[in-house]
Design a protein around this ligand. Structure first.
Ligand code: HEC
Length: 114
């Protein structure tokens, strides 16, 4: 029983932290490394993300279009991250099996880069 309460408290503490700040950048950075975004993009505030295969993701929150084809909004950014190939068939950005919750979180972070 004691360990169950501990688990519950830790869970609420962690999810609370993730929601309170606008974006949990440490978690976003960890996810972006895990999916390999950093091997193609230069991304502000993500250490080690200095690749030049794809466009730099600086000031993404100020762009009008995502990848030149999709009007920029948090929903569309999340869609792009999950399914670039269905939005822009043949683009060099691969489908990486990004989950919706990870894509939403990454999109929120990228959208905050003004
Ligand atoms: C194999 C290289 C590669 C990987 C891995 C990759 N991308 Fe991309 N990404 C690209 C390329 C190339 C483009 C340009 C696509 C286009 O214009 O059709 C792009 C475009 C984008 C754009 C639109 C940028 C703009 O200027 O409009 C975003 C946002 C983006 N990627 C996010 C991500 C995220 C988040 C990940 C990880 C989940 C990721 N990318 C992984 C190559 C990659």
């Amino acid at each position: 029983m004691k360990s169950l309460s501990f688990l519950l408290i830790s869970f609420f503490f962690l999810t609370g932290c993730a929601r309170r700040g606008s974006v949990n950048e440490m978690h976003v950075a960890e996810r972006m490394r895990a999916y390999g975004c950093v091997s193609c993009h230069t991304i502000p505030r993500i250490s080690g993300a200095e690749a030049t295969v794809g466009p730099p993701l600086d000031r993404l929150g100020s762009r009008t279009y995502i990848a030149g084809v999709l009007p920029n909004s948090p929903e569309n950014l999340s869609r792009w991250i999950q399914h670039p190939q269905s939005i822009h068939p043949g683009t060099a950005m691969p489908e990486m099996g990004v989950t919706k919750s990870d894509a939403d979180e990454i999109a929120k972070f990228l959208g905050s880069l003004k």
